[in-house]
Design a protein around this ligand. Sequence first.
Ligand code: HAM
Length: 443
Amino acid sequence: MNLNYTSSQKNGYLRTRPFSVLWGFEAMNYTKLKGMVDLLPKESLLWKKLSHKIEDFFEKAGFLYIETPYLEKTELFARSTGKETEVVQKQMYSFLDKNEESITLRPEATASVVRAYVENKIYGQKSVEKYYYFGPMFRYEKPQKGRQRQFFQYGVEIIGTADAKADAEVISLVWHLYKKLNIQFNLKLNSIGCSQCKTVYREKLSGFLKNKMLSLCEDCQRRATKNPLRVFDCKNETCQKNIAGAPLVLDYICEACRGDFKKVQAYLKNENIDFEVDPKVVRGLDYYTKTAFEFISGALGAKDALCGGGRYDNLVESLGGPSTPAVGFSGGMERLILAVQSSGLPAGENESLASVFFVTLGDEAEKQGLKIANELRNKSVRCLIGYDQKSIKAQMRLANKEEAQFVCILGENELKLGKVSVKNMKTGDQEEVALQKLAEYFL
Ligand code: HAM
């Protein structure tokens, strides 16, 4: 393979020995790890645009950016996400570091955000903290459409209030965001109750599962005794059939939880937000209490959750902080891209900036072309230039490939007159524009 040779080959000095031999290693094909994805320019424009929109949306709602390390102590996730969850049991990238400490690439961000909140004693500073994050998460899952081993999550957490208004604020934030992005979705809502309701329900569910034990998979048999709610995460069809008639959590929540659930629904109804109450939405992580929700999209096939979230009133305390209620959500960026693409928005769609390609003819124009392009860029015009002094025809072909909306033609004549010929690539119209007015012309 060509890659094995030094760049001096291109310059005419062919080295007789490949790099691999010179450096003493075997030539091999380098491929990415399974379940990891390269984000290439074909999609990265849309990706960037979406991430900016999301961050802007969160900031307008008063959330502040938080960034936590990608690596954390394994124990953090075992304690928060739950030892019996699929995530902790099967999906974590955990390993011993050089100090023989077990560390894990974060499978989700909520545990890390709460760890940071407790470790930095933020609880003493303000009554309510509102954070947002955006970054990679890692889960060793079987890759498929919308499911990767490294994926990006956008999300928010409100820490410090038990007010049902905060639950509604998080849910409506997502609802408005998705509406703004013009994507199709359904909202499923549930309450899984406080820790007391969960204890009552867990016993009821455990009793039901005992009678089904022999028809459940090995994992579910263990879950049935240790953490019965997790049987709802099982992907095994036989298990799913056997738990179809299981008792439902909404029939076991206490009056206070029922009251809070009603308040959340009232806030949503007040904003005309459509939702379906689905008592099977129990979420795959252990820290949830009360409100649980998922936004589902038909565009995603089997992996249909655009995002999920809910309340987690005991997590701060269980990680060493004072008793502090909280609520939040996270969504998968790759799934959002799939949903946006299926809604018909073209990838890389560019709303506000014209894309200009500079075609230059002659040495002086080459020199001035770069200067003028930089002046345009400083005024926020997206501007591309060609290289290697190609013919006008070749430069026009390049402009086409770059999907430029306008081409600026700059030759000796134009330079003398202080003008540029601007061609609209869509209509074919061409006109002369004074150099001083060029930026205004595109904005
Ligand atoms: P989660 O439901 O585990 O919740 O993940 C949230 C979202 O991340 C999913 O709905 C999905 O869009 C995306 N996601 C999860 N796994 C993958 C994967 N393997 N490939 C691609 N996308 C994936 C949480 O992570 C909680 N921390 C949410 C939360 C925040 N709850 C309260 N605050």
